[in-house]
Ligand binder design. Sequence first.
Ligand code: DC
Length: 232
Amino acid sequence: MKQEKKITIAIDGYSSTGKSTMAKALARAIGYAYIDTGAMYRAVTLYCLDNGLFDGDRVDEAELERRLNDIHITFKPNDEGRSETWLNGTNVESEIRSMRVSDKVSIIAAIGSVRRDMVRQQQAMGRDKGIVMDGRDIGTVVFPDAELKVFVTADPMVRAQRRYDELRAKGDTTTTLDEVLHNVTERDRIDTTRAESPLRQADDAVVLDNSNMTIPEQNAFLRGAFLATLAH
Ligand code: DC
């Protein structure tokens, strides 16, 4: 598609709403870069788990802050051109989606020093616009001036079922639907009530509730919102 100007697209919303699926599809269709900011918080969480910074649900925040400069997160395309997350030279794309990481990531995402470091990196990645970024605080904190902001929501049970199907497809045969539902609602609670950049809808965001939408339908919605923004 011929485009005269590049914009910034911020996609925020609850966990497991399929934000990243639609953000990726839009980025591919319009030739923009795609950044999954949840993957960055997940990679920091994996680092903490693998380096003994967790004691149960408590994390050694002072030690983590000291080590932030040693945590290098990058995105590289795989053989099929899909972006994957790397942590200090290791491909962690699959590992960061495990329940082990999902269970602890909200704790890491609530830490101010971690958020400041991630936001700084995200702002640098989007400096030249032409980017689709998904997360929780993209339209409110990272790019408050984004030309298009979408806030995605869906019924918690629908989200849990989607996440459960994904885990099964990846070979996880032990996690139950109940456990996934608990993880989804617990993450909603922590994400919306934390002191540092809680998840909230930006005043100028377009709301998308995709509980009863198919993937092609939500892709079409997003594409329409993008074209409408460009025409503005
Ligand atoms: O989108 P996700 O489920 O992969 O996000 C993982 C966690 O990181 C989730 O608990 C919310 C948090 N997160 C955040 O606080 N800010 C972001 N910009 C992205 C994710």
